[in-house]
Design a protein around this ligand. Structure first.
Ligand code: ZN
Length: 321
């Protein structure tokens, strides 16, 4: 609505994992350059074997910047005497991270910003195998009116960007591009039909003030009607644990203090989006929109970037086994 806060912090892709090794290699090269151009000639052009990181590559594109030890443009730390002893040629090149090419991730941004305008449609019951349930819900909002649907879409976009950077194929179940929904059964079906290697539904909770923290919801075993989660329970638990680990690590927030016994993990058998999934899938409740302290995090674009980073790390870890 009128909220114009830090939601608009730019999406900031995290520094490439290549950056650190390249920077270290560059730091080692700087004192090498001091010894003369012979050293440079001996090791060849720095960064030439890995150069997918544009920023790092820009700093090493020509020998001139590397020959200036104090060049601030390279961002390298000052050389220490120990560095002088290093042979740049012996610095092992970091292996490029394995590409996620061929891996499919379906991100399900919970709810839909326009669900509020379609009460009849979203209240229609759909069969989720174990029972009938509303097509979709409006989701919650902060006391200031920042909706869960806007939150989930923003985190989904950030997460999509991070996963695509790793080479994954990413599909969103909705992108604020439809009138309402999709219904929970369709949300599951989208992941199934995409044959997703991992699927995640992004949410934020609407619990009482004082209830804080995140939790991951895992599918319990159900086998009823169209619902059969037996094959996905174990891989989903693995995915969920990795997402919880990554999310907690990157955001620095604690697991929920109001459910899950402090583990950040909850198993449920009443959610259509999980019951009808045939691919590994979890829900993530990133925090409690109704708690003022959690609200301050959830409405902060920089925090949401950390959240997306943590989720991405969990998914990537799961996909790489
Ligand atoms: Zn939700």
């Amino acid at each position: 609505m009128s909220y114009t806060g830090p939601e608009f912090a730019p999406h900031q892709p995290r520094r490439s994992p290549l950056r650190r090794p390249l920077t270290v290699a560059l730091a080692a090269l700087v004192p090498g350059a001091l010894l003369g151009w012979g050293v440079y000639a001996a090791v060849g052009a720095p960064g030439g074997d890995g150069g997918t990181d544009r920023a790092a590559a820009a700093g090493t594109a020509s020998p001139a910047p590397a020959a200036t030890p104090a060049s601030p443009a390279t961002g390298t730390r000052p050389a220490s005497p120990r560095d002088d002893a290093k042979d740049p040629a012996a610095t092992p090149a970091a292996p490029a991270p394995a590409s996620l090419k061929g891996k499919v991730v379906v991100i399900d941004p919970g709810h839909n910003p326009a669900n509020f305008q379609y009460p009849t449609e979203i209240n229609r019951k759909v069969d989720v195998g174990t029972h009938w349930k509303e097509c979709d819900t409006t989701g919650t909002a902060t006391n200031a009116g920042y909706t869960e649907a806007r939150f989930t879409l923003d985190v989904a976009h950030r997460l999509r960007d991070l996963l695509q950077e790793q080479g994954a194929t990413v599909k969103l179940t909705q992108d604020g591009d439809r009138e309402y929904g999709p219904c929970v059964d369709e949300r599951a079906r989208i992941g199934n039909e995409a044959r997703a290697d991992a699927a995640i539904s992004i949410h934020a909770d609407g619990s009482a003030a004082g209830n804080r923290g995140f939790h991951v919801i895992l599918p319990g075993a159900v086998h009823q009607g169209a619902a059969d989660t037996r094959a996905i329970v174990a891989p989903s638990a693995d995915l969920g644990q990795r997402v919880a680990d990554g999310f907690g690590r990157e955001t620095g927030t604690a697991p929920a203090n109001y459910l899950g016994g402090g583990t950040g993990l909850v198993t449920r058998t009443d959610l259509g989006g999980l019951n009808l999934s045939t691919v590994p899938k979890v829900f993530l409740e990133c925090g409690n929109m109704r708690d003022a302290q959690d609200e301050a995090l959830l409405t902060d674009g920089a925090w949401r970037q950390k959240a997306a980073q943590g989720i991405s790390e969990g998914i990537v870890s799961f996909l790489r086994g």
